[in-house]
Design a protein. Structure first.
Length: 129
């Protein structure tokens, strides 16, 4: 059973020791994340000079359940576009929200813009800071 869906900003807050990271740490073993959001985290490390083996050594041990981005998931993410456009949310943001909505659990994020669309997107959002 998954109790939370993590946005990349939430997982990075934990990994980088940023404010809100402790909240993510409390939820980590009970969390899921889309492979799209996971790719954002990998990209952060890669952009900052991390090599494949180093990045895998950091991320692979994490007890987060990864959810693949499949055909049905693509539809659910696309359906959220009109609801999230005004808040400037990305495809990855919508992927996180769609998974939280699918699992009926809160999405953990550091992105305050998500609060403005949470009700309309029919998803619970918990800010980590």
């Amino acid at each position: 059973m998954t109790g939370f869906v993590l946005d990349a900003s939430a997982l990075l807050a934990l990994l980088l020791g940023e404010p809100g990271g402790a909240r993510v740490g409390q939820a980590l073993t009970d969390s899921a994340m889309t492979t799209v959001n996971f790719a954002e985290v990998v990209g952060h490390y890669s952009r900052n000079g991390g090599r494949d083996a180093e990045i895998r050594a950091i991320l692979d041990p994490l007890p987060v359940s990864l959810v693949p981005f499949d055909h049905e998931f693509a539809y659910q993410v696309g359906i959220l576009l009109p609801v999230t456009r005004a808040a400037g949310l990305s495809l990855a943001d919508r992927a996180c929200l769609a998974l939280a909505r699918r699992l009926d659990v809160p999405a953990l994020t550091a992105d305050r813009a998500w609060q403005a669309i949470a009700e309309q997107a029919e998803v619970r959002v918990e800010l980590i800071r």
